[in-house]
Design a protein around this ligand. Structure first.
Ligand code: PRP
Length: 185
C-alpha cells in the first residue's frame, strides 16, 4: 500500500520508502563492519508484530550471515503499558548462549518494552546484546535504552506504516505517515 492510495486518511508523509531503504542500507553496512569478525552468525531478534517489515528489509540489506528469530510480547492488561511489566506471548526458538544478539524494533517510544526485553535476554547468557530501532520518539523516552543503531528520530505524533499500526491497520503502508485525526476521533 502506498500513501497515494489512502491520501485522505493521512496528514503527511514523514518518511518515504526511499528514505527508509537508504537508511537501512547505511545501517546494514555498519552492521556488516561491526560484526565482521563474529564467530557465529549474528542473531537478529524481531519483536512482533511491528518489526516484521524492518526485519525483512534489514536482514536482506545485511551481507554477513545472520539468523532470524522472533518474540511476541504484550504489556499486562490494556493501558498499563507504562508499568513496564511485560508478558511473553511467543518466546525465541534459538538459545542465546554465547550469541551476538541484535534486537530489531520498529519504534522506540517510552522505552519500557525494550528495557524489559534487554534485561530478559541478558539473563540468557548472550555474548553481546545490542538494539537497532528504525524510529525513535525522543520526546517520549521515559527510560534510557542503549540503542546502537537508530534509523530516524521522529516527532511525537501518531504515525503509522512500515509495520506501525492503528487498530491493526496500515502496517503494510510503504511510507511512515501521520494519521489524520479524522480516522480515530
Ligand atoms: C510497539 C513497538 C514496540 C513498542 C514500543 O509495539 O513495536 O515494541 O510498542 O513502545 P515503548 O517504547 O513505549 O515500549 P506494540 O505494543 O504497539 O505492538 P505491535 O508491534 O504488535 O504493534
Amino acid at each position: 500500500m502506498d500513501a497515494a492510495n489512502i491520501e485522505n486518511q493521512l496528514t503527511k508523509v514523514i518518511l518515504t520508502n526511499d528514505e527508509l531503504q537508504n537508511r537501512l542500507a547505511q545501517i546494514a553496512a555498519e552492521i556488516d563492519r561491526d560484526y565482521a569478525d563474529a564467530e557465529h552468525p549474528l542473531l537478529l531478534v524481531g519483536v512482533l508484530k511491528g518489526a516484521v517489515m524492518v526485519m525483512a528489509d534489514l536482514a536482506r540489506a545485511i551481507s554477513i550471515p545472520v539468523h532470524i528469530d522472533f518474540m511476541a510480547v504484550s504489556s499486562y492488561g490494556s493501558g498499563t503499558k507504562s508499568s513496564g511489566v511485560v508478558r511473553i506471548l511467543k518466546d525465541l526458538d534459538i538459545d542465546l548462549k554465547d550469541r551476538d544478539v541484535l534486537i530489531v524494533e520498529d519504534i522506540l517510544d517510552s522505552g519500557l518494552t525494550l528495557s524489559w526485553l534487554i534485561r530478559n535476554l541478558k539473563s540468557r547468557g548472550p555474548k553481546s546484546i545490542e538494539v537497532m530501532t528504525m524510529m525513535r520518539k525522543p520526546d517520549a523516552v521515559k527510560v534510557e535504552v542503549p540503542t546502537k543503531y537508530i534509523g530516524f528520530d521522529i516527532p511525537n505524533e501518531f504515525v503509522v506504516g512500515f509495520g506501525l499500526d492503528y487498530a491493526e491497520q496500515y502496517r503494510n503502508l510503504r511510507e511512515v505517515a501521520v494519521l489524520s485525526p479524522t480516522v480515530y476521533s
